[in-house]
Design a protein around this ligand. Structure first.
Ligand code: ADP
Length: 496
């Protein structure tokens, strides 16, 4: 096997070795011995240099007309489109998700890039009346400065794009610290941005581990806004680090997303949705359908059919087009899933399929876990309210819609929910009462589109939304402008 390629950080328009010379390996989770690359294990010094480059570039980038910034993003979107297949293959190799889903991840980056490129010709503010004569009022968006972006491994290109593109179109510069398990997709994205003509220093990339490279980025006084997607534990640390200086912060963290299957649901459709929602990306999505609350009238049939479907899913290397479920990202994730399955058994949930690592043949070379269904779960069980982030679903019986909604809302998270029903009244009640930032009718909890706000209620986040024009609100400051052309002192609220 060839020696793996060696990659560098990117700062101030130059590719650079990490200051201490340390590195880490990028491994294929479907075949753990396969090394895909050697990446810089950066530290505080590298972060300081990247933030300084971003701050320098910010002086001129903020003055580039937004439509011109948009033209560069258009070019990046076109390059991403032209290279979609190759980028998706790289992603499957480093992250494990099946190729079809990796293509979807790249497509999401493409969609976001085109979308934000178009925003370059909008970035609308308001013009409005004044309470005083001969006075003009408007609001305009101003950039914040340098944005620190910290991303997870489960959407290796889509999530960096969700953060980079709105930040850039608003006139900010960025330092990205991508997840240590999926550095190649971030490198590919930044290479494309470089080739699209972004001026030096506008996008900077620092690889490395969270505490060594992420923490100094969050704490850097030169960073005006931080956007973080990852675990609640780290998110809490990040929030505390930002609180001291009141730094603007967008957090997107856990989920314990729920599908409600009512007695009048189209069960075939609900099963398709449940299998895709629970086991797509091996359950490693923040919007994964990890709980299914099923009306008792259809509970038995639904559960039996779900188990048959789950047990027949084909596991393997995601580059094989016949494979439906890839590996978990790493050994720690595998151990976490194993731990939760033991907890579920101890709690008395009924394990109907899976519940073990998959090791037959080639699977033994990777971090594979068999799709797992627990039935007869009680809402209070840990497997029914804590995020597992693996191919494990908890099925919970219910007697009626009100009870289903109460169970659904009885968790700390509030990212995504869905209902399968043919009754419009039930659908609208669920839409109104479910405490989640995303809601679907007759579809699973996954499948967000880039032009709608993405994010959650309760402990999923801190109230901000990504994607759509909502992202522009995070990456820009409103400036309210009053222009008085009366040639005399006019006092608001007094000279009325
Ligand atoms: P996950 O469990 O999905 O890997 P983490 O929250 O551990 O989620 O990681 C998400 C991102 O946060 C990764 O890029 C990781 O390197 C980074 N990270 C981890 N610890 C810290 C930290 N203390 N400060 C800043 N970033 C961190």
């Amino acid at each position: 096997m060839n020696a793996p390629a060696v990659y560098q950080n990117y700062m101030g328009g130059r590719w650079a070795e990490p200051s201490e010379g340390a590195t880490f390996e990028n491994l294929n989770p479907a075949a753990c011995h396969e090394r895909l690359g050697i990446f810089p294990r950066s530290g505080a010094k590298d972060v300081v240099a990247a933030v300084a480059a971003a701050a320098e570039a910010s002086k001129t980038w903020r003055l580039v007309p937004a439509p011109k910034r948009g033209e560069i993003l258009f070019c990046a979107a076109q390059l991403l489109t032209a290279r979609k297949e190759e980028l998706a293959r790289d992603m499957t190799r480093e992250m494990g998700k099946v190729l079809e889903e990796a293509r979807g991840d790249v497509q999401e980056a493409i969609d976001m890039t085109f979308y934000m490129a178009g925003e370059g010709r909008r970035l609308f503010g308001q013009t409005t009346t004044s309470e005083l004569p001969n006075k003009f009022c408007m609001s305009v968006r101003s950039p914040i400065g340098v944005c620190g972006l910290i991303t997870p491994w489960n959407f290796p290109m889509a999530i960096p794009a969700w953060k980079i593109m709105p930040a850039l179109i608003c006139g900010n510069t960025v330092v990205l610290k991508p997840a240590e398990d999926t550095p190649l997709s971030a490198w590919n994205l930044v290479k494309i941005l470089e080739a699209s003509g972004l001026p030096p220093g506008v996008v900077n990339l620092v690889f490395g581990y969270g505490p060594e490279a992420g923490a100094p980025l969050v704490r850097s006084p030169g960073v005006g806004a931080v956007s973080f997607t990852g675990s609640c534990e780290v998110g809490r640390d990040v929030a505390q680090a930002c609180a001291g200086s009141f730094k603007r912060l967008c957090l997107e963290m856990g989920g314990k997303n729920v599908i409600l299957v009512m007695e009048d649901a189209n069960l075939d459709l609900a099963l398709d949705g449940a299998v895709w929602g629970a086991f797509g990306t091996a359950g490693q999505r923040c919007t994964a359908s990890s709980r299914i609350v099923v009306h008792k009238a259809v509970y038995r049939e639904f559960t039996e059919r779900l188990v048959r479907r789950a047990a027949s899913l084909k596991l393997g290397n995601g580059l094989d087009p016949s494979v439906q479920v890839g590996p978990l990202i790493n050994e720690a994730q595998l151990r976490a899933v194993e731990g939760y399955v033991e907890i579920g058994k101890t709690e008395g949930a009924r394990l109907l399929c899976g519940g073990h690592r998959a090791t037959e043949g080639e699977l033994g070379r990777g971090w594979f876990y068999a799709p797992t269904v627990f039935a007869d779960c009680e809402p209070g069980m840990r497997i029914a309210h804590e995020e597992i982030f693996g191919p494990v679903v908890s099925v919970i019986p219910c007697n009626h819609l009100d009870q289903a909604i109460e169970i659904a809302n009885g968790v700390l998270y509030g990212l995504s929910s869905s209902i399968y029903t043919r009754d419009v009244n039930k659908a609208f009640r669920a839409m109104r009462d479910l405490e989640t930032g995303i809601f679907y009718v007759n579809a699973p909890t996954i499948g967000a589109e880039t032009h709608l706000p993405f994010g959650g209620m309760k402990q999923t986040g801190n109230g901000h939304r990504e994607a759509s024009t909502a992202a522009l609100d995070f990456y820009s400051e409103w400036k309210s402008v009053y222009i008085d052309y009366s040639d005399r002192l006019q006092r608001a609220q007094i000279d009325t």
